[in-house]
Design a protein around this ligand. Structure first.
Ligand code: FMN
Length: 372
């Protein structure tokens, strides 16, 4: 039987050769000048050659006060376009479309001047609550970021509404206790991310791919659950989103026993993608979350739980996953180890990430290249 996994799919105006997505993975590879460098290019070259059908580039920040780390790519000025254009070309040279994730970390920014919907203390710092002028500025920064991504040659942008960053900080009743038009009931809390989408759409037009990294459940007490996020997904669909890439969890959840336990399970985010897919049959949905086995990936598609299958750490651990799944390489897949968290730990230490599952020689070569 032909595998659905390797059948093509149209996403907006872009034809994907298959249903496997290289998910955005921030690996602390960029330099402190926030420009694309060789480490970044080599990583995306490997992802594009891996046999996936779409590469989504890690979070690229729309204004400096939204940087999640000193080693994150920026798209806040036109001078970043040439470097990003090299990145787009590196991926597209392999015949694979490239989408760029545009981002603002909000209260999770690694900056003294961090901003947020409300002054919700985070990692010992109280962020500045955004006034109307600041809200308008950030909305325009997203729109300008999308324009620059298009000028750099990307096939689309993905708004980073995952991991509890700025967009879901507005959505969540836990972190948004504003009393103006952007806070209060659910429809008011949706207002900011919907304004961002509208401004991006106005900038890039209706034909350009604009996806959304969608936080279906924050995994924290009092945080967002599907009851809040499903109605938001419907609004995104009405506002012309091209696809939803569904994830769960935020930084406040990643250490909690419930998240740690679920993160070890094969396909742990898939039921959330399925719920979104059922509610919005017309919108392509990407499922994620430790999809280690090609049989799991195929079942997700066959059973209609999602339209695409996203691989993050799984593909980082074994960049030959798609070719092994296709039978081009007769070797077992090298799986990401549950509970390992080495990549995440390296990123938190602001050191370029590597995978503990890589062969020793590759790890040694990598550490030599990045200087430990
Ligand atoms: C080190 C690391 C960096 C990540 N960076 C991003 C990112 O930049 N943008 C994003 O939307 N998700 C990011 N994620 C989440 C992944 O895209 C993915 O949703 C998650 O790891 C689950 O899929 P997996 O089990 O295949 O890794 C990151 C995850 C890890 C572990």
């Amino acid at each position: 039987m032909d595998r659905l996994l390797f059948s093509p799919l149209s996403l907006g105006g872009t034809r994907l050769p298959n249903r496997i997505v290289s998910l955005p993975l921030y690996l602390a590879y960029p330099r402190e000048d926030h420009e694309v460098d060789d480490l970044v290019l080599d990583y995306y070259d490997e992802m594009a050659r891996s046999g996936v059908g779409l590469v989504v580039v890690e979070n690229v920040t729309v204004e400096p006060c939204g940087l999640g780390s000193p080693r994150t790519l920026l798209i806040s000025e036109d001078r970043f376009i040439p470097g990003l254009a090299r990145l787009a070309r590196t991926i597209q040279r392999q015949g694979i479309p490239a989408v760029l994730q545009i981002h603002h970390a909000g209260r999770y920014a690694n900056r003294p001047d961090r901003i947020a919907p409300s002054p919700f203390e985070t990692w010992g710092v109280v962020p500045r609550a955004m006034d109307q002028g600041c809200i308008d500025r950030v909305v325009q920064a997203f729109a300008a970021g999308a324009r620059r991504a298009r000028e750099a040659g990307f096939d689309g942008v993905e708004l980073h509404g995952g991991t509890g960053y700025l967009l879901p900080q507005f959505l969540s009743p836990r972190t948004n206790f504003r009393e103006d038009a952007y806070g209060g009931d659910a429809s008011r809390r949706m207002r900011f991310p919907l304004e961002v989408l509208a401004a991006v759409r106005a900038e890039v037009g209706s034909a350009f791919t604009v996806g959304y990294r969608f936080l279906a459940d924050e995994y924290v007490p009092g945080g967002l659950t599907l009851a809040d996020t499903l109605p938001f997904a419907r609004e995104l669909a009405k506002a012309g989103i091209t696809y939803l890439s569904v994830m769960t969890g935020c930084y406040d959840a990643f250490q909690l026993p419930r998240y740690v336990e679920d993160d070890a399970k094969e396909g742990f985010m898939v039921p959330y993608a399925q719920a979104i897919k059922q509610a919005l049959p017309g919108i392509p949905v990407v499922a994620a979350g430790r999809i280690q086995s090609p049989d799991t990936a195929e079942a997700i598609l066959r059973e209609g739980m999602a339209d695409l299958v996203g691989l993050g750490r799984v593909l980082f651990a074994d960049p030959l996953w798609p070719r092994k799944a296709r039978g081009e390489i007769a070797e077992l897949i090298n799986p990401c180890t549950p509970g390992c968290l080495l990549c995440l730990r390296r990123v938190k230490e602001q050191k370029p990430a590597f995978c503990g599952r890589w062969p020793r020689e590759r790890r040694e070569r990598f550490l030599e290249r990045v200087g430990g």
